[in-house]
Design a protein around this ligand. Structure first.
Ligand code: HSE
Length: 448
């Protein structure tokens, strides 16, 4: 049997994102390794202070306080730069690339400000740099633009790229509370960056918009060339007036390319957006990106734009790409059940039985309008241990209540199994007052 190769990873920085990456690498290691066909080994981690206590378990022997030990280690193939900032991070990234490493970074400021130099360094040393986590957290927007949407030119990419601004604006609107008050709470919840200005003055969103502009149009736009405005001056009065006019106020990033004029515009600013537009309905810390392509039309990507887990998901996605670039291989895209490596490393999947599939249901039942019908219907539901959440009856006999007309009963249930509701429907069909096959809808009350 062929030996499974090992890819050695070095991590720069073990803050919130670094710990998230380590946590999820460890948690899903078997799954990842079976998907990638390699062993993954974190062999060195650079931290500012080795003695600090951390939430994630880490072998103290692999810690160093010198980032250059990581980027100069000949055994390391993939370097994850997760320290942030643009000084040390830049030196380490350039050195890693010079040494032929594949680099994964979440550092939007570094890319926005020094992207040109970094990309050139990567090309010069035949290296690769991956930066999915630098824009829109867990949304794989970079991969989408670079790969899935490669057929397109992009006249417009617009979106909500700063979760903190979106959170603050959402709460100001919902609770009619001023900016300063909600900002304080956002900080307490750990949403706003330590330096609040990065978020609320639009700088973070501008960094991200700059990266999207580069991806879509191959040109790095400097911050000085962008229109950058934040949300400090937005009041709840503005929101109320906008609301009355059919708008929400959102912090929007926009990358617009006018092919006729050969011009590119990058801006981030608070804007009125129709309540009916999808961006008007993306709330809280969520990010959203609408990508308009000349071939595909508009695609919309929504997800958590910040936070340890979402960012770790993007970084690990990049580690996977880095592994393939190191191995010169590609992600298996045709999976056959027999050879799916998961089968070897975890219990074989079976198809769920219907009594394991749980949902709430909506049921419409046409019945004869006569005494006792409701109790027969509820008895059938009770027999299957289904709890009714709501029930409404509409009369089909013009609402006169006279005679023995028909009625429509509409009820919703609390959560129960597919098999229970199927049995209940069979029971209902057998009731004499039930006039036709009851009509069933599932209630998609996903709360994740
Ligand atoms: N501070 C950023 C935001 C998350 O609020 O969206 C990191 O990019």
């Amino acid at each position: 049997m062929a030996t499974i190769p090992t890819v050695n990873i070095g991590i720069l920085g073990l803050g919130v994102v670094g710990q998230g990456v380590l946590k999820h690498l460890n948690r899903n290691r078997k799954l990842l390794e079976s998907r990638l066909g390699v062993k993954l080994k974190v062999t060195k981690i650079a931290v500012r202070d080795k003695s600090l206590k951390r939430e994630v378990k880490v072998n103290p022997k692999i810690l160093t306080e010198d980032g250059f030990e990581v980027v100069n280690d000949p055994g390391i193939q993939v370097v994850c730069e997760l320290i942030g900032g643009t000084t040390l991070a830049k030196k380490l990234t350039l050195q890693a690339l010079k040494n032929g490493k594949t680099v994964v970074t979440a550092n939007k400021a570094l890319l926005c400000e020094h992207g040109n130099q970094i990309v050139r360094a990567a090309k010069k040393s035949n290296g690769h740099i991956f930066f999915e986590a630098s824009v829109a957290g867990g949304i794989p927007i970079i991969k989408s633009i670079r790969e899935g949407l490669v057929a397109n030119r992009f006249p417009r990419i617009s979106g909500i790229l700063n979760g903190t601004c979106n959170y603050i604006l959402t709460r100001m609107q919902a609770e009619d509370k001023p900016f300063e008050e909600i900002l304080k709470e956002a900080k307490a919840l750990g949403y706003a960056e330590a330096e609040e200005s990065l978020d609320v003055d639009g700088i973070d969103a501008a960094h991200k918009a700059g990266i999207l502009a580069y991806l879509a149009h191959g040109k790095w736009i400097s911050m000085k060339e962008m229109l950058i405005d934040g949300i400090r001056k937005v009041t709840t009065r503005d929101m109320a007036v906008a609301d009355a006019m059919g708008y929400r106020i959102k912090h929007i990033a926009s990358v617009e390319c006018d092919a006729k004029k050969n011009s590119l515009f990058v801006g981030v600013y608070p804007a009125l957006i129709p309540k009916t537009h999808i961006l008007g309905r993306v709330d809280d810390v969520y990010n959203a990106v609408c990508v308009s392509g000349d071939v595909v039309g508009t695609t919309v990507h929504i997800g958590r734009g910040a936070g340890q887990d979402a960012t770790a998901s993007a970084v690990i996605g990049d580690i996977a790409d880095a592994v393939f670039s190191v191995q010169g291989a590609e992600l298996m895209n045709l999976i056959d059940e027999e050879n799916y490596p998961l089968a070897a490393s975890s219990k074989e999947l079976r198809v769920a039985k219907l009594d394991e599939v749980i949902s709430s249901f909506y049921l419409r039942i046409s019945v004869v309008d006569q005494p006792g019908v409701l109790s027969q219907v509820t008895a059938v539901m009770a027999k299957e241990k289904i709890s009714i959440a709501r029930i409404v009856q509409d009369l089909d006999n013009n609402g006169t209540g006279k005679g023995r007309g028909s009625a429509v009963l509409t009820l919703t249930t609390h959560r129960c199994s597919e098999s229970a509701i199927a049995k209940a429907i069979s029971g209902l069909k057998r009731l004499r007052p039930v006039l036709s096959q009851p009509f069933l809808l599932r209630i998609a009350d996903f709360n994740d």
